[in-house]
Design a protein around this ligand. Structure first.
Ligand code: HEC
Ligand code: HEC
Length: 246
């Protein structure tokens, strides 16, 4: 699979300008002063599966979120964003309280084709609290709290040994045919999450969590239940380096 860069036309640029103007005109639903950062920290549990923030934060399934306020979307050179997210940043999307609020409310409405598989946070109050907490990690890198680790095997009650199994990416490519009947590889969002570009460990943890019923989803439990530890490792090795093919 080869990455073809998606072109972004003048219409898309104009759309982002318009959006920016709209977000400036309509004030946020919740006043910033009423936001509760302590509550926001607890709400970040929904993001922890994919994101780290704080001192020593690393990219995982999603990019690290230090200094995200004021940064252009898809900006970090060492994270593999979707073509859609990079185009959004190139088109003028900058992360502010207002744009982050819109993104968290419905990620793929703001950035269609984004690889962030998150259904969105419906309550404006929840988003305001979460952003109040997240803001503490922007523009003050010296006194960042320690990084929040993302989900570990132990959190799912899995044996950490599963991470030591080596995977053969070529065997993974062969097995992947079954997966891509559902998981699209064109970067578009059809309700089924994108699984390309995940770190090896996170992929292995997710499949074992389905296999052992720690994550509940009938189709994925059936699929993962048939896979051996070696096959899971092979798929993780393959999808880690697989590219979207829009
Ligand atoms: C299932 C994994 C997953 C979850 C859960 C998730 N994200 Fe993401 N997030 C991603 C991925 C992957 C990207 C990169 C998207 C792309 O390239 O299209 C991303 C991108 C972002 C970005 C844009 C960063 C940038 O540098 O442009 C922000 C901000 C963000 N996520 C915040 C959050 C917050 C806050 C939560 C919790 C409410 C959350 N995400 C939940 C996977 C996730
Ligand atoms: C019948 C359709 C179908 C097939 C086939 C399928 N998946 Fe899935 N997969 C899904 C759905 C739907 C979800 C979301 C489930 C959920 O919400 O927990 C999912 C979730 C996942 C996740 C977690 C995504 C996330 O954002 O947390 C991974 C990893 C995954 N699948 C890998 C695979 C692999 C590897 C294969 C092939 C061996 C595969 N899937 C085959 C439908 C499918």
């Amino acid at each position: 699979m080869r990455r073809r860069s998606r072109t972004i036309g003048p219409a898309a640029f104009a759309a982002f300008r318009l959006l920016g103007a709209a977000l400036l005109v309509f004030p946020l639903a919740v006043d910033a002063w009423s936001a509760d950062a302590e509550r926001g920290k607890a709400l970040f549990l929904e993001c922890k599966r994919c994101h780290q923030v704080g001192q020593g934060a690393k990219h995982r399934i999603g990019p690290e979120l230090n200094d995200v306020f004021g940064r252009a979307a898809g900006w970090l050179a060492d994270f593999r964003y979707s073509a859609a997210m990079k185009a959004a940043g190139a088109g003028g999307l900058v992360w502010t309280e207002a744009t982050l609020d819109a993104f968290l409310s419905d990620p793929t409405a703001l950035v269609p084709g984004s690889r962030m598989s998150f259904r969105g946070m419906a309550e404006a109050g929840d988003r305001a609290d979460l952003l109040a907490w997240l803001r503490g990690f922007s523009s003050s890198r010296a006194d960042l709290p320690l990084a929040e680790p993302t989900a570990t095997p132990e959190e799912y009650g899995l044996d950490p040994q599963i991470l030591t199994v080596r995977g053969d990416p070529e065997y993974g490519a062969y097995l992947a045919g079954e997966c891509t009947t559902c998981h699209r590889t064109d970067g578009s969002d059809q309700g089924i999450p994108s699984i390309t570009g995940w770190p090896f460990d996170d992929f292995v943890i997710a499949l074992h969590a389905y296999k052992r019923g720690k994550r509940v989803h009938p189709a994925m439990q059936l699929v993962a239940g048939r896979l051996s530890d070696e096959e899971i490792a092979a798929l993780a090795a393959y999808f880690r380096d697989a590219e979207d093919d829009p």
